[in-house]
Design a protein around this ligand. Structure first.
Ligand SMILES: Cc1cc2nc3c(=O)[nH]c(=O)nc-3n(C[C@H](O)[C@H](O)[C@H](O)COP(=O)(O)O)c2cc1C
Ligand code: SF4
Length: 417
């Protein structure tokens, strides 16, 4: 299948406005009733949020439509350490995301739009905005703001708090951003990739979008692939691609693959190279995972899944925003427990304790951070049952001493310094 979002790439420079228009044609102007028609098209396309939760885009737009003084917020925070798709979009094809944001503004009658992205990607966005302003007088005020640091900072309500000048802490919902969002105004928070898809659906329609995808996840998806593959990177794949084939798209396996982390740190583990599974909702759900933000990490046979899971849990526990007891204490306790198991310092009943405590944190936070961690641990418990009990009995294995595969942002910076 030809690239859609990544059409024109690789390119030594960000795709400028002229090339963008050559590649995709002009963005349609929504006339009277055009907003409703676009929302209906998004619904027919089955477009779902690409920021992690997979919520239907049309339902979100409808929740904002008709409200007074709405705001559009582009979420390009990309707090997920193994994800790079939003960075690729914002730095390489910023006009596609801008088209999507402007279409959302037209459809919902918004005059204000905020793009929240790491400071490192502001230059190409600002340059794309300058090109637009030189070409036509913009009808929408677009501000570019730095997204908060940290994993939880990309959660929509935490992001809104940060944009209001407060600490990036998730808020209890309801009210949802559609009712009361940025500075109390109705707000559509949408991931950068979701808006890039909107730009193309508005041009080519729902049937074009669905073509090539699977029933559960239509169209194409951006996937950040890393770990034991020859060519890690961000790829655009047709939804429904078998997981082992996705690894081939990233140059093939470097070594035998022991497991895949699907969806990101918020996702879950599946065994082997995901044989029998495909990048599709129903298929992934059958293995207890979801596409999340489109991350796929291949854990090689030489990596230790127990040490990786323990280190990841410790990092995720540290990333708690620190305002809900079960998240702060529950994730901390799970991290300690997994650390003990990885180190072979187990006590009687630790296996049962791991299962019980994992269940206890689910649904117990103001945001879904604890749910994501619980899913990652419970899939690890299933996929790495043998390795966990081996570590519990015998202590660290030979692979435990290797450098960690699942990098935290700090470890990644140190590795690339
Ligand atoms: C802990 C946590 C972190 C999140 N981080 C991000 C993020 O970095 N980027 C993002 O787009 N969505 C992130 N989300 C999801 C957002 O809350 C929200 O669902 C999303 O921005 C909506 O856009 P979408 O419907 O287009 O996916 C996160 C959610 C949680 C619970
Ligand atoms: S669940 Fe955790 S991360 Fe989410 S708001 Fe509560 S303390 Fe913060």
């Amino acid at each position: 299948m030809r690239h859609r979002l990544l059409a024109g790439l690789p390119s030594p420079h960000p795709i400028g406005l002229a090339t963008h228009l050559e590649l995709h044609g002009p963005s349609p102007l929504l006339g009277r009733g055009g907003g409703d028609a676009l929302i209906a098209e998004l619904e027919a396309a089955g477009l779902r949020g690409c920021g992690g939760a997979g919520f239907p885009a049309a339902a979100k737009w409808r929740a904002v439509a008709g409200r007074r003084r709405p705001v559009i917020v582009v979420n390009a925070a990309e707090g997920e350490p193994m994800s790079a798709k939003d960075r690729v979009l914002m730095t390489q094809v910023p006009h596609l995301v801008l088209d999507g944001a402007l279409l959302a503004a037209q459809a919902l009658g918004a005059r204000d739009c905020v793009i929240a992205a790491p400071a490192g990607v502001h230059a190409p966005i600002r340059s794309a905005l300058r090109e637009r302003r030189a070409a036509a007088r913009p009808a929408v005020r677009i501000k570019v703001e730095a997204s908060p640091h940290g994993y939880v900072g990309g959660e929509e309500s935490a992001l809104l708090s940060h944009l209001e000048g407060r600490a990036p802490l998730p808020r209890l919902k309801p009210p949802f951003p559609a009712e009361r969002g940025l500075n109390g105004r109705p707000t559509l928070v949408q991931n950068a990739e979701t808006l890039a898809h909107v730009a193309l659906i508005a041009r080519h329609g729902a049937a074009w979008f669905r073509d090539g995808g699977s029933g559960g996840i239509p169209g194409t998806a951006l996937v950040s692939i890393s770990g034991a593959v020859r060519a890690p990177g961000v790829y655009e794949i047709p939804a429904g691609t078998p997981l082992p084939d996705v690894l081939d798209i990233a140059g093939g396996r470097l070594q035998q693959v022991r497991a895949l982390l699907v969806g990101g740190y918020f996702g879950g583990w599946v065994g082997g190279a995901g044989e029998g599974l495909s990048f599709d909702d129903a298929s992934l759900q059958s293995a207890g995972v979801s596409a999340g933000a489109g991350v796929l990490v291949a854990l090689g046979a030489a990596d230790c899944p127990v040490a990786e899971t323990a280190a990841l849990t410790a990092w995720l526990a540290d990333e708690s925003a620190g305002q809900c007891g079960p998240c702060v204490y529950g994730l901390g306790a799970l991290a300690d427990l997994l650390g003990r198991i990885a180190g072979g310092r187990t006590e009687r009943g630790d296996g049962a304790r791991l299962t019980r405590w994992t269940e206890m944190v689910r649904g117990r936070g103001a945001c879904r951070h604890p749910d994501g961690v619980a899913r990652m641990i419970s899939t690890a418990g299933r996929v790495f049952a043998t390795e966990l009990s081996e570590h519990a009995r015998r202590g660290p294995c030979a692979a435990c001493g290797r450098a960690r595969l699942l990098l935290t942002p700090r470890a990644r910076e140190a590795a690339t310094a």
